[in-house]
Design a protein around this ligand. Structure first.
Ligand SMILES: Nc1ncnc2c1ncn2[C@@H]1O[C@H](COP(=O)(O)OP(=O)(O)OP(=O)(O)O)[C@@H](O)[C@H]1O
Length: 962
């Protein structure tokens, strides 16, 4: 055996020493260090097991096993075969020990051979060793010599020692295991206990760590350092504990050895240690408790636990209470929420129904106003212009209900505020779109055959042109009412193309100084001030494709000139004259509105061109809307008030319900049928005349003329049916007289004079009568005086009367006269038909035919006619008689009768007016020159106009203003 292996031993060790060195690992460590230098860094030279002093005993025991432990560790690290310390003891696996040594030897040889390649242990070397000193390879060589030199009892003793060493090391390893278990199991708890029990937290040198620069390390490092420190302290404490245990154990062993006064066997030693451990088990358990529960303070743990339990119970209880409360609250909240939801729904329903009601209310209000025919008035407030930002406004409040409160900031006080009400008030921020939205329905009704007039009123610069035309026609957003209206009309026309075919024509009139020229001048109030009234008229004629009915609508869009006072406009010269004209026409407009508001019998339309143009829109069946514009500036306060007052007056005007101008295709058919029937009757009449039944004296005629020319006789206000009955009751002679009277009346009866504002339609109707009568071949009638063209019918009447007083007409003359009248009437009828485009217009010829046709009911069979007492009701009655004619008693004729009866009831007052229409005056002739006056509107008013006031309407359509 290499000498190195015996280092630390005496030069010639005894067997005992050798065995001890073998058992305590000294030899093995030396061998290993020889094979692998430094594998066991520190080899304990002289490990002893004897325990002499209290402090040194345990130390020596540990040192005794240290070499073996180091050897085994080093061999394990070298991945060589290893064994357990217990294998060296008695009963251990000596094969493992031998294998380990052989493996070490093989490794040594491989290294000696140069360590080429990877060293592998070839396998277990079959060692035929026995526990009782079988030679191993390790012991060959020099060591063999050593063994050879030794005696058998030495070997035996060596083996026994080895066994003992093994047992001790086993105990030692068990102890180590227990220690590691202790530490593993209780390490952290120990740490916890240490921290809580010994309250070392205050002593933790945190500040020092920070100061020393360690504190700047990451939080993790800080934590680890802290734990290290705490563990260090805990280990110190634990070591102290162990040392005290060791000391106690050492003392115990010492005492035992003293008592025994002999060497102690291993089982005895183990028994002593076990007893010691048992005695200390209580302390150990309390220690473990301590470790588990964090120190002796846990003595109160039970109490604390109980306390905590109680607290927990309390908490549980209060939690339950809270839970119940929360649940209650939740239920309450849910209920309240439901209630709120319900309330909200109710509110929503109420709000929506309120809004609906408001809307309905508004609609109803509008409907009532429509029925009344009120002129609608919308007020629009102009915003301050860009250079007037700081100015005070006279507009105090604008209500949703169409009210506006005006205040004079310069004169504060009770009377400074004034409230006005209109259909709607648009504030300064209202857009063109909003303004038009409320106007749109009116414009749309033009397409349904209504006449509509929209006019803008207000002082200069108040925004009339802005509303009607807009500031910039190139931008759709700023389009005014005019552009939007036209756009709308064309859109509707396109959208209805499948149903109605529309013709739209546009006409523009500018009334300047009561003339037709346009002028734009400048005043101090507004440089761009328009000094003329601008009237844009749109005529719409639609034909319903399904029924062939005709709709005629007309839209006047009027931008009036500024309404400022002359003195305020600071105008002189030409401007002054303009302003005067404007004011005159506007005050004429005011007069018309006043008269209309008071339902006056005379409406002074003719006082200005403006009122003439707007006559049909102001007094007819039109829908009229006025935009009244106001300027919010304080210095315009006076103008604003007067403007609003005027607008309120306008709003109070009732025009009567508007009516659509619709002429049904059926009516046209009926007219055609009438004309056919008329010609049939005509032929019958001439046949009757040929038979010469008519025997009327001039005196009779004259008496009729006289009675008619007095103008007092009026057509009785009764229905045609009733009148027929009356006729039936009368004698044939009366009927005949009535007929004769009717003939003469058409030329002779002088109607009473009417006011200037009489119905143009009536005038137009009267005019052909005159012309026809005057065109009559006078020579045939042989009247004493010729009637001049413009002579009044009163003159003719008197002529006829004069003649009647002196001359008796023979039957032939009368027959000629009738024939002549028939021709005239026929002409007149045709002319009327042509001119009026098929309107239900009764004329003299028609009346005559009808009067003839009445014979079967009111006349005798011989055809003798009773002249009618009045002329005017023929128009309706004759139609009825005509229908009832046996020759034309078809269902169609009955239907016609029914229809015409209805119409005649409406027509009645109108016919009466026509009867008293004054004849030719210069004005009437002027009217007749206006060929365009014969439009559908006028015809409609002739046939269906219910009221006398309406009959005064000027015909709508084109005007040629001088
Ligand atoms: N609603 C509005 N919003 C913005 N600017 C407006 C409005 N109304 C009018 N204006 C501006 O006020 C000025 C005068 O308006 P506008 O010419 O329309 O008045 P007017 O009453 O037609 O005057 P005139 O009587 O001289 O014709 C214009 O510069 C116009 O752009």
């Amino acid at each position: 055996m290499d000498r190195v292996a015996l280092e630390g031993l005496a030069t010639e060790p005894s067997v005992e020493e050798f065995c001890l060195a073998l058992r305590n690992g000294l030899i093995l460590c030396n061998v290993l260090n020889r094979v692998n230098p430094g594998a066991v860094p520190k080899v304990v030279e002289n490990p002893v097991i004897t325990v002499e002093s209290t402090d040194g005993a345990a130390q020596s025991a540990i040192q005794y096993f240290e070499n073996m432990r180091n050897f085994l560790l080093a061999v394990g690290e070298m991945k060589l075969l290893t064994f357990e310390a217990s294998d060296l003891e008695k009963g251990g696996s000596s094969i493992k020990v031998v294998d380990c040594i052989l493996c070490l030897k093989g490794y040594h040889e491989w290294k000696l051979a140069g360590g080429i390649g990877v060293w592998r242990y070839g396998g277990l070397v079959k060692v035929t060793s026995s526990s009782k000193g079988s030679p191993s390879s390790l012991l060959d060589g020099t060591s063999a010599e050593l063994y050879d030199a030794s005696t058998l009892p030495h070997n035996q003793q060596l083996l026994e020692i080895l066994d003992l060493v093994t047992e001790v090391s086993l105990e030692e390893s068990n102890a180590a295991n227990v220690l590691s278990l202790l530490f593993d199991q209780f390490g952290l708890r120990l740490l916890q206990a240490f921290l809580t029990q010994y309250r070392v937290a205050e002593d933790i040198p945190l500040n020092e760590m920070v100061v020393s620069g360690l504190g700047i390390l990451s939080g993790l490092s800080d934590g680890l350092m802290l734990i290290d420190w705490v563990l260090e302290q805990a280990v110190k404490e634990f070591c102290m504990l162990l040392v005290s245990q060791r000391n106690q154990l050492g003392l115990l062993l010492k005492r035992t050895l003293k008592d025994c006064s002999k060497t102690m066997s291993k089982p005895e030693l183990v028994e002593i240690v076990v007893r010691f451990l048992k005695e200390n088990s209580c302390r150990l358990s309390s220690f473990s408790k301590f470790c588990f529960c964090g120190g002796t303070a846990n003595a109160n743990r039970e109490e604390r636990l109980a306390h905590q339990q109680k607290e927990l119970e309390k908490l549980k209880f209060s939690f339950c209470e809270m839970k119940v409360k929360v649940e209650c609250s939740q239920t309450k909240w849910e209920e309240e929420l439901k209630m709120l939801e319900h309330h909200m729904q109710c509110l929503q329903v109420n709000t929506s129904s309120y809004h609906k009601l408001l809307e309905e209310n508004r609609l109803l209000h509008n409907q009532v106003q429509d029925l009344k025919g009120n002129i609608r008035v919308y007020c629009r407030v102009r915003p301050f212009l860009s250079n007037q930002c700081d100015e005070k406004s006279t507009i105090d409040h604008i209500g949703e209900d169409g009210s506006i409160m005006i205040v004079n900031p310069q004169k504060p006080g009770k009377d400074a505020r004034k409230i006005f009400s209109f259909n709607k008030v648009f504030g300064a921020n209202a857009t063109q779109i909003e303004v038009f939205a409320d106007t749109q329905p009116l414009i749309r009704s033009v397409m349904d055959g209504y006449n509509v007039c929209i006019f803008a009123y207000g002082q200069t610069g108040s925004g009339k042109t802005y509303t009607m035309s807009g500031p910039d026609v190139t931008t759709v957003e700023t389009w005014g009412v005019n552009y939007r209206a036209l756009n709308d009309l064309f859109c509707i026309s396109r959208s209805r193309a499948d149903v109605v075919s529309y013709d739209v024509s546009i006409q523009m009139i500018e009334i300047y100084n009561e003339q037709g020229n346009r002028a734009v001048g400048a005043t101090a109030l507004n440089e761009r001030s328009s000094r003329s009234h601008s009237v844009l008229t749109v005529h719409v004629q639609g034909r319903e494709l399904a029924t062939d009915s005709i709709l005629r609508g007309c839209l006047h869009l009027v931008d009036l000139a500024g309404s400022e006072r002359v003195d305020k406009s600071e105008a002189t010269g030409e401007r002054l004259r303009e302003a005067q004209h404007i004011n005159r026409s506007l005050s004429a407009l005011g007069d018309v509105i006043s008269a209309l508001a008071q339902k006056s019998s005379h409406i002074p339309y003719r006082n200005s061109k403006l009122t003439q143009v707007l006559q049909d829109a102001l007094g007819g069946q039109a829908k009229t809307l006025m935009f009244v514009h106001i300027n919010p500036e304080v210095n315009a306060f006076g103008e604003t008030i007067s403007t609003l007052k005027f607008a309120e007056r306008v709003a109070s005007v009732e025009l009567g319900a508007a009516r659509a101008n619709k002429e049904a295709g059926e009516v046209r058919e009926l007219k055609e049928e009438i004309s056919k029937l008329k010609s049939a009757l005509e032929s019958k009449e001439s046949e009757t005349e040929r038979r010469g039944y008519c025997q009327i004296t001039l005196e009779e005629q004259n008496s009729k003329f006289r009675s008619c020319s007095s103008g007092k006789q009026r057509r009785p206000r009764c229905s045609p049916a009733l009148f027929n009955k009356e006729l039936d009751a009368q004698s044939p002679s009366i009927a005949e007289e009535s007929y004769r009277s009717s003939i003469m009346l058409r030329s002779a009866s002088p109607p009473p004079r009417r006011s200037l504002s009489t119905d143009r339609a009536a005038i137009i109707k009267s005019k052909p009568k005159i012309v026809n009568i005057d065109d009559r071949p006078i020579s045939r009638l042989q009247f004493p005086d010729k009637s001049s063209i413009n002579r009044s019918s009163a003159t003719k009447s008197s002529a006829l009367t004069n003649r009647s007083s002196s001359v008796c007409w023979n039957p032939q003359e009368i027959s000629n006269l009738r024939t002549a009248f028939s021709e005239h009437e026929e002409k007149q009828f045709k002319s009327a038909l042509n001119v009026r485009q098929g309107g239900i217009r009764k004329n003299m010829a028609e009346s005559r035919i009808k009067s003839k046709h009445q014979q079967p009911f009111g006349f005798d069979s011989g055809g003798r006619e009773e002249p009618h007492k009045k002329s005017n009701f023929y128009e309706t009655e004759n139609e009825c008689s005509l229908i009832e004619s046996p020759a034309h008693g078809s269902p169609r004729a009955k239907q016609l009768k029914h229809h015409m009866t209805r119409i005649s009831q409406n027509v009645e007052p109108r016919v009466l007016v026509q009867a008293v229409e004054p004849l030719s005056s210069g004005k009437h002739e002027n009217k007749l020159r206006n060929g365009a006056v014969h439009n559908g509107k006028k015809e409609r008013s002739d046939t269906t106009e219910p009221g006398l006031r309406r009959s005064r309407s000027l015909p709508r359509g084109k005007f040629i203003l001088s």
